[in-house]
Design a protein around this ligand. Structure first.
Ligand code: PGA
Ligand code: ZN
Length: 371
């Protein structure tokens, strides 16, 4: 496929901040992709550029890309990887990912396939897994306006996605909403947000659901600027039945992650591993994690996301395909997760449009697959 036209549009994300939508035109077809943005951003993530800068670079990029003919998404992504610079700083990881997804959508359209079906075929991934969900029920940290230091308080489902699971999750939300301290608001991701007596109290509320769900947290330690007694914190969290811990220490503290893993927690890298295969290799060598967050905009292409997931799976690490706190209504994260056999999705509660868009895509795909 030869690229005829590329457009970059400045649009809004769910925080009302500007983000980009990328449109590609080829052989009479047009496809778009919009890109989310994080607030709790790791310093090792690929670099995003603002829309004006991307638009400035566009004419030269378009002139060059028009000389090529791409037959697969991987060929197209290789072209992007070569030109974007080590950290995607020349083109912007947000622009690169918009191109990568919009182009894969064009190929899917040309083949009259859904995006996840096309990607499964191109990447020769023939298995379907039924993902579980990591649900951010109570929020704190930089996503919220309350006194909690930790960013996300989770319930993790023990079963895979199904209609029954949706009903169970909505029941939990209704139930907990009545009990939580008032006034009660919602944060960037739709998680409940209010003041608590301390960082532990939310887990007391979540423990009433421990028969059917496991407990976890995204500590997002990198964002916590005050001094805390981490040893005491993790002793307390163990006592409160917290099993999953995302980013329990700062982004370069691989060894501290390793220690926590030895204590029996299921330790997850986000700012630690940033969907980057080189960071993942270090985490594997140091035995720092049980699982990893997968956020394609931390790295910039579908191909690099696939390679990261492949290495994680080869090392028996589970994968959590995740939204960002500043989202759009686009739903490609679900297609990528289904294509690459995500073990979990972290897509928020289904109570705000940009999160509902992901839940609805999951529902649509599972209906189509007759699950
Ligand atoms: P972010 O937060 O999207 O603001 O980076 C999500 C997370 O830390 O998992
Ligand atoms: Zn995180």
């Amino acid at each position: 496929m030869k690229i005829e036209e590329i457009k970059v549009n400045k649009i809004l994300d769910s925080r009302g901040e500007s983000t980009i939508e990328v449109e590609i035109e080829s052989e009479g077809f047009k496809e778009k992709a919009s890109i989310p943005s994080g607030k709790s951003v790791g310093s090792h993530e690929a670099i995003c550029l603002d829309c004006d800068k991307i638009e400035k670079n566009l004419p030269e990029f378009l002139k060059e890309i028009k000389n090529f003919d791409f037959s697969t998404s991987q060929e197209f992504d290789n072209f992007l990887i070569e030109r974007a610079g080590n950290n995607k700083e020349k083109l912007g990881a947000n622009f690169v990912l918009g191109l990568s997804i919009a182009f894969a959508r064009l190929l899917a359209k040309l083949n009259k396939e859904e995006l996840f079906v096309y990607l499964k075929r191109e990447y020769e991934s023939d298995k379907f897994s039924v993902p579980k969900l990591v649900i951010n029920i109570i929020g704190g940290g930089v996503h919220s306006f309350n006194n909690l230091d930790f960013q996300e308080y989770w319930l993790v489902t023990k079963e895979g996605f199904s209609e029954k699971l949706i009903a169970d999750v909505l029941n939990v939300i209704n139930n907990i909403e009545k009990k939580l301290p008032k006034p009660l608001g919602r944060n960037d991701e739709g998680a409940f947000c209010t003041n608590f007596s301390d960082n532990y109290e939310p887990f007391i509320y979540l423990n009433q659901f421990k028969e059917n769900f496991e407990l976890g947290a995204d500590i997002a330690a990198n964002q916590i600027k005050k001094e805390l007694n981490w040893k005491e914190i993790y002793t307390n969290l163990k006592r409160l039945n917290v099993l999953y811990l995302e980013d329990p220490y700062k982004e370069d503290e691989f060894e501290k992650f390793t220690e926590l893993k030895k204590e029996g927690f299921k330790v997850i890298g986000d700012d630690l591993t940033v969907t980057n295969i080189e960071r993942l290799k270090i985490a594997i060598e140091k035995d720092s994690v049980n699982g990893v967050i997968v956020k394609p905009n931390q790295i910039g292409t579908i191909k690099e996301t696939f390679e990261f997931v492949k290495l994680a799976k080869e090392n028996n690490l589970f994968t959590i395909f995740s939204h960002r706190s500043g989202e759009t209504n686009d739903n490609w994260i679900i297609d990528l997760g289904i294509a690459f056999e995500a073990d979990y999705f972290k897509i928020g509660v289904p109570l705000q449009g940009e999160r509902v868009a992901k839940w609805n895509r999951l529902i649509e795909i599972f209906k189509r697959l007759n699950f």
